[in-house]
Design a protein around this ligand. Structure first.
Ligand code: SAM
Length: 280
């Protein structure tokens, strides 16, 4: 389907707002927020701080997880009547672990032009300082229940891409324990309170973070090294198996041990090791 032309059509603007520092808003974002007929936001009290700071007087209404379904239709009808609308979230980009998906789907279905006013997002900002490599997979929040969270992590275990998660500080310890149990002891980077007064960056290992665990406060992004990046090429894996055998383990046991240690498939490792031994 050809995208509808923007000329003379009312538009849905997805406007990025700061992730902590009020100065991180674009001039275009401010202009659009002043020009549209209405701004929809998650929490009117939170967004009023930003809008008052920049003297934006546009009417503000709430659009959040609990009214997304019904409110989306109301907003679409409002746009169809000829009004321009901006959607913002409490911080960063709408849609990214924030409400807005239903509204955008419905707008596209109704042929309403949707455009973005780009700006900061916590995960892209954190990735820049993470010292981790592309490609990355942005996951958002893992599920709070251990069993569901570990199932999600299991699905990500063999991804070669760097993994990016959002997490709340009170769930950090449980999440780190699940990461250690399922993904293994990988390099991890934590970005805390980006762009704010108490911004901090941790470059460490999951086990080290847990060994000296202190409660974290504020907002966090976790970035975990991808599977292949963990190191251990094929020869190094065989060397580890040989070392285990030297320590007294049977071949099967050594392979099981190393596959556990490196978080890799036992059967695959067994096949590779047998082939390597046969080829001398
Ligand atoms: N839509 C936002 C975005 O574009 O980044 C994310 C919203 S999500 C509900 C909130 C999560 O983003 C927080 O729990 C935290 O993981 C992350 N986050 C937001 N602001 C942050 C900041 N200043 N520093 C670190 N993480 C942040």
């Amino acid at each position: 389907m050809k995208y509808k032309s923007f000329t003379n059509s009312p538009i849905l603007y997805l406007v990025a707002t700061p992730i902590g520092n009020l100065e991180d808003i674009s001039l275009r974002a401010l202009r659009i927020l002043k020009e549209v007929n209405k701004i929809y936001c998650e929490d009117t009290r939170t967004s009023s701080i930003l809008l008052n700071h920049y003297d934006v007087k546009t009417p503000l209404e709430s659009y959040h997880n609990f009214n997304e379904e019904t409110k989306s239709e109301v907003i679409i009808n409002y746009i169809k009547e000829g009004h321009d609308v901006a959607l913002i979230s409490d911080a960063g980009n709408p849609i990214i672990s924030d409400p807005g998906f239903k509204l955008v789907s419905l707008a596209i279905k109704n042929g309403i032009p949707v455009t973005t006013i780009p700006g900061p997002s916590a995960f892209t900002s954190a990735f820049m300082t993470s010292n981790m490599s592309l490609p990355f997979l942005f996951y958002g929040f893992l599920k709070p229940k251990k069993i569901e969270r570990e199932k999600e992590l299991l699905e990500l275990k063999y991804y070669k891409a760097t993994l990016i998660f959002y997490e709340a500080p009170h769930r950090l310890k449980d999440t780190l324990e699940s990461i250690l149990a399922v993904l293994g002891d990988r390099d991890i980077y934590i970005a805390r309170e980006l762009t704010k007064k108490y911004e901090e960056h941790y470059y460490t290992k999951v086990s080290e973070l847990l060994a000296n665990f202190q409660e974290f406060r504020g907002e966090l992004v976790l970035i975990v090294k991808g599977y292949l990046e963990e190191g251990y090429n094929i020869e190094e894996r065989f060397k580890l198996i040989d070392e285990q055998i030297k320590l007294g383990l049977k071949t099967n046991e050594a392979i099981k041990e190393v596959s556990k240690m490196l978080n890799i498939d036992k059967k695959e490792l067994y096949k590779e090791y047998v082939k390597y031994k046969e080829e001398g």
